[in-house]
Design a protein around this ligand. Structure first.
Ligand code: NAP
Length: 317
C-alpha cells in the first residue's frame, strides 16, 4: 500500500501549531497537525488574555484558541489526536523524509517537520509537592481556582503567570499570599499594578517554599526567608505553583541543536540545525514567550517549511 507522505507535519496544537497549520494550508501544502490532547495548548488554561492584539477587552484563552482552531480547520487543516514518541530520518523517492512513530503505533512520514510542542510548567521539587498534587496543590488557576471559594491560598512565583493567577484567584479565595524568592517581581508592570490594587493579596518576598504540608489535603507551606534564613509556616488550603516553564523538546534531542535549557535553537527563519526541521512557539529559544510571538514565528516557520519542500520537489517559485 502506498503510504501518505505529508509535505509538512506539525507536532503540537497550541497557538504556534495552529497558526503554522493555517499558513501551511493556505499554501496548499499537504499538512497534518498532530496534537496529543485538545488543540489549544496551555493557552486554553488562561482565564483572560489581555495582550493579544484585536481584543481590547481581552478574550478568554479558550475562546481565542477555538477561533484559531476553527480558522485553520475551515480551510481544511487535518488535525489528528496522537502522541509522537520517536522521529527518525529516512530516504524517500522525494528525498530526505522524517518518519514519526506514535503511542498508538501509528506511523507518519513527512518531508518537513514543524516542532510546536510548547512547554510544561516547572515543578518546585520540594517535599510534599508530589503527594499533594490534586489535593490542594495545583499548576492551574482556571482549573482549580473555583475549589477555593472563601479559602486561603498561596501562589509561588514572581513572573507574569504567578501575578496574573494571584489576581485571578482573588475571585474565589479570601486571601492570596504571593511567595517570591526575590525582593521584587519579574512580572510586567501592568500586572504588578493590578496586584498592588488588590487588597486580598499579601506578599511574602525574599522567600522560598521548602515543603508543602498537610494531612490528606494541603494545610500549609513552609517557607524560608533567604535574607534572615528564618523559617515559618503559612497556613493555607491551597498552593498554586507558577515558576516558569520547561521546553518539550525531548523528541528532537540529539537531532537538532538545543540550548543549555533545552530550547530549540533556530535561525531567524525558524529553521533548526537539521535541514527540514523548523520550530516555533514556547519550545523555541527566544527572550519573549507570548501568544502573539508564537503566532508570528509560526507563520514564518510554515513559510520557510513551504520553501524547503518546494525546493525538494523542484517547484519553488
Ligand atoms: P517566568 O517569566 O520564567 O517566571 C518564573 C518565576 O518563577 C520567576 O519570577 C522566577 O524567579 C520564579 N522561579 C523560577 N524557579 C523557581 C524556583 N525553583 N523557586 C521559586 N521561584 C522560582 O515564567 P512564567 O511567569 O510562568 O511565564 C512563562 C512565560 O509565559 C513567560 O515568558 C511569560 O512572560 C509568559 N506569560 C505571559 C503572560 C502575559 O503576557 N500576560 C501571562 C503568563 C505567562 P526569578 O525572577 O528570581 O527568576
Amino acid at each position: 500500500m502506498k503510504k501518505d507522505i505529508y509535505d509538512i507535519i506539525i507536532i503540537g496544537g497550541g497557538p504556534a501549531g495552529l497558526t503554522a497549520g493555517l499558513y501551511a494550508q493556505r499554501a496548499r501544502m499537504k499538512t497534518l497537525l498532530i496534537e496529543k490532547a485538545l488543540p489549544g495548548g496551555q493557552a486554553l488554561l488562561t482565564e483572560t488574555i489581555e495582550n493579544y492584539p484585536g481584543f481590547p477587552d481581552g478574550i478568554t484563552g479558550h475562546d481565542l484558541m477555538e477561533r484559531m482552531k476553527n480558522q485553520a480547520c475551515k480551510i481544511g487543516l487535518e488535525i489528528t489526536t496522537d502522541s509522537v514518541t520517536a522521529i527518525s530520518i529516512e530516504n524517500e523517492k522525494e528525498g530526505k523524509a522524517f518518519r514519526l512513530v506514535s503511542e498508538d503505533a501509528r506511523e507518519y512520514t513527512a518531508l518537513s517537520l514543524i516542532i510546536a510542542t510548547g512547554a510544561t510548567w516547572r515543578h518546585l521539587g520540594v517535599p510534599g509537592e508530589d503527594k499533594f498534587q490534586g489535593r490542594g496543590l495545583s499548576y492551574c488557576g482556571v482549573c482549580d481556582g473555583p475549589l477555593f471559594k472563601g479559602k486561603k491560598v498561596v501562589v509561588v512565583g514572581g513572573g507574569d503567570k504567578a501575578v496574573e493567577e494571584a489576581v485571578y484567584l482573588t475571585k474565589f479565595a479570601s486571601e492570596v499570599t504571593l511567595i517570591h524568592r526575590r525582593d521584587r517581581l519579574r512580572a510586567a508592570k501592568i500586572l504588578q499594578e493590578a496586584l498592588k490594587k488588590n487588597n486580598k493579596i499579601k506578599l511574602c518576598l525574599n522567600s522560598v517554599v521548602t515543603s508543602i504540608e498537610g494531612d490528606k489535603m494541603v494545610r500549609g507551606v513552609k517557607v524560608k526567608n533567604l535574607k534572615s534564613e528564618k523559617g515559618k509556616e503559612i497556613s493555607c488550603d491551597g498552593a498554586f505553583v507558577f515558576i516558569g516553564i520547561t521546553p518539550n523538546s525531548s523528541l528532537v534531542k540529539g537531532m537538532v541543536k538545543l540550548d543549555e535549557k533545552g530550547y530549540i535553537v533556530t535561525d531567524g527563519d525558524m529553521a533548526a540545525s537539521e535541514p527540514g526541521i523548523f520550530a516555533c512557539g514556547d519550545v523555541r529559544k527566544k527572550t519573549l514567550q507570548q501568544i502573539v510571538v508564537a503566532a508570528g514565528e509560526a507563520a514564518q516557520a510554515a513559510f520557510t517549511a513551504q520553501r524547503y519542500v518546494e525546493g525538494l520537489k523542484g517547484t519553488a517559485y
